[in-house]
Design a protein around this ligand. Structure first.
Ligand SMILES: NC(=O)c1ccc[n+]([C@@H]2O[C@H](COP(=O)([O-])OP(=O)(O)OC[C@H]3O[C@@H](n4cnc5c(N)ncnc54)[C@H](OP(=O)(O)O)[C@@H]3O)[C@@H](O)[C@H]2O)c1
Length: 300
């Protein structure tokens, strides 16, 4: 697109800054999600390992200091690529990982939620990332990808809190959880972020985002661009056209405008897409554009 917002020096803002509550961890609001760096189906090595390393190095060179990952991507692959590309890590880099699943040989996603599973998962992440302690670990509750399932997560959060006391984890977050599960976890330990499925079209968490914003807790949408089914909407394309931006940039800019506690971790295996996504931090959406974009969810 001729007028696409390009990567420039002013992109150093990357949507501004956010400090995880009760921590000294301050990140740019536009980060990077590493899941796309594994092979097809989030399994095995990527087709272009050098390209994967290049994406990570480009992200950090552009100012990204928040990378989302998991040892079950690959499995182990994305963490190993992150280590290859970025270790020794810049002091300001915050790597957020997640536990709660394992990948058997049939490539399925199975729960890994026993105390031993979670402890082993922490050690797998430490080894594959080359770290002595993990900045933030999300407990990722199983359930459908389109939404969380009710049920207690107290046992798993208690295990993570114990691992935190042992110094292996610095801070704890949650993923794929309900508001009730967030409250349950907060009674056990401090929660610094929640990572759920949310984007322009999928807005089930609107109330939760506002509640977390009042507490200063980060909300980190996964599938910010629609995930495996990229967002498509004529309204989105129209707004993007008016701004001389791409639809994906507008989708990310809308999230930045939606609430100050939203942090972005768009995933890509492409340096060109990475640059495009980072430049979304420069877009300003008018009240009219925001109203039009807010209408997209209602139309779906
Ligand atoms: N907690 C959880 O359960 C959970 C679940 C899923 C994901 N996550 C995390 O959330 C992160 C983001 O989610 P995601 O990667 O699944 O989905 P996403 O960010 O919504 O979308 C990624 C898809 O969009 C494409 N894409 C990225 N930038 C683009 C651009 N500028 N133009 C056109 N296409 C573009 C990517 O393909 P290309 O590679 O070709 O750019 C990829 O197919 C993941 O990386 C992972 O860290 C967490």
């Amino acid at each position: 697109m001729g007028n696409t917002v390009r990567n420039t020096m002013s992109e150093a803002t990357l949507g501004g800054w956010f400090t995880f509550p009760g921590t000294s961890l301050t990140v740019q609001r536009i980060g990077y999600g590493a899941m796309q760096l594994a092979g097809p189906g989030v399994w095995g090595p990527p087709k272009d390992p050098d390209g994967a390393v290049a994406v990570l190095r480009e992200a950090v060179a552009a100012g990204v200091n928040h990378i989302d990952t998991s040892d079950f991507y690959g499995p182990h692959i994305t963490n190993q690529i992150i280590r290859q590309a970025l270790h020794p890590y810049p002091s300001e880099l915050v790597i957020v990982t997640k536990l709660g699943a394992r990948r058997p040989r049939d490539k399925s996603w199975q729960p890994a939620i026993s105390p031993q599973d979670l402890t082993d998962g922490v050690h797998d992440n430490l080894r594959n990332l080359g770290l002595d302690a993990l900045d933030i670990v999300n407990y990722r509750a199983m359930g459908a990808i389109h939404g969380p399932t009710d049920g207690s997560i107290a046992e798993q959060v208690t295990v993570l809190a114990d691992l935190r006391r042992k110094g292996l984890i610095r801070h704890i977050g949650l993923s794929n959880v309900t508001a009730a599960q967030v409250s349950e976890a907060q009674a056990i330990t401090d929660i610094v972020c929640v990572q759920n499925n949310y984007n322009l079209v999928h807005r089930h968490d609107d109330a939760l985002i506002d509640d977390l914003a009042r507490l200063g807790i980060a909300y980190v949408p996964f599938f910010p661009l629609g995930g495996f089914t990229p967002l498509q909407s004529s309204t989105l394309s129209d707004v993007a056209g008016q701004l001389g931006a791409t639809p994906m940039q507008v989708a990310l800019a809308w999230l930045l405008h939606r609430s100050p506690n939203i942090l972005l971790i768009p995933g890509t295996s492409s340096v060109a897409h990475l640059r495009e996504n980072l430049a979304a931090g420069q877009l300003t959406l008018s009240p009219q554009a925001l109203t039009a974009l807010d209408g997209i969810a209602a139309a779906h």
